[in-house]
Ligand binder design. Structure first.
Ligand code: FES
Length: 151
C-alpha cells in the first residue's frame, strides 16, 4: 500500500469525518478500488470504525471493494441501448476478454460492468472505457476499440 498517498488524501480533508465519501472517492480514484488494508489504515487515522467505513463503501455503487481494471468498461444496458443491441455488445466484450460482467481481467487491464443509461442515448448502444465514451457500437467495431486499450 502506498501510505503516503493515503496520508495525502487524509490531509486534504483534515479531521472532518463527514468527508468519508469524498475520501473514499479519492482512494478509489487512486487505487481503482478500495483496498481493505487502506480502509483499515483510514479507520485508524480518522478514528472512524471500519464497520462504518465499510457500510459507506458498500452503499454506493460507484465504490468497489474488489480490484477494478485499469480501464473499467461500463456497458450500457438501459432501454435505448438494449433496444439497439446492447446485450449483444456485452456478450461480445465478455467473449473477447474472457471475463464476465463484475469480473476483472487477470492482467488488471480491464473490468466489465453493466450500467443503466449513460445519458447519451442518441449514441446507443454505448459503453464507457475508463473516461472515454464509445457509441454507435456494433459487434464488429467493439473489438478494434478494445484493441486500442490492450497493453
Ligand atoms: S440507455 Fe444507454 S445511454 Fe441511455
Amino acid at each position: 500500500m502506498n501510505e503516503s498517498k493515503l496520508t495525502e488524501i487524509i490531509e486534504k480533508y483534515g479531521s472532518d469525518t463527514n468527508a468519508i465519501v469524498a475520501i473514499l472517492q479519492d482512494i478509489q480514484e487512486e487505487f481503482n478500488y478500495l483496498p481493505k488494508d487502506v480502509l483499515m489504515k483510514l479507520s485508524e487515522e480518522i478514528n472512524v470504525p471500519l464497520s462504518r467505513i465499510l457500510s459507506v463503501s458498500t452503499f454506493y455503487k460507484a465504490f468497489s471493494l474488489t480490484p477494478k481494471g485499469k480501464y473499467p468498461i461500463n456497458v450500457c444496458l438501459g432501454t435505448a441501448c438494449h433496444v439497439r443491441g446492447g446485450a449483444r455488445i456485452m456478450e461480445k466484450i465478455e467473449r473477447e476478454l474472457g471475463i464476465k460482467r463484475g469480473e476483472t481481467s487477470e492482467d488488471l487491464n480491464f473490468s466489465i460492468d453493466e450500467v443503466r443509461c449513460l445519458g447519451c442515448c442518441g449514441l446507443a448502444p454505448v459503453m464507457m472505457i475508463g473516461k472515454d465514451v464509445q457509441g454507435k457500437l456494433s459487434e464488429k467495431t467493439v473489438v478494434p476499440i478494445l484493441d486500442q486499450y490492450k497493453k
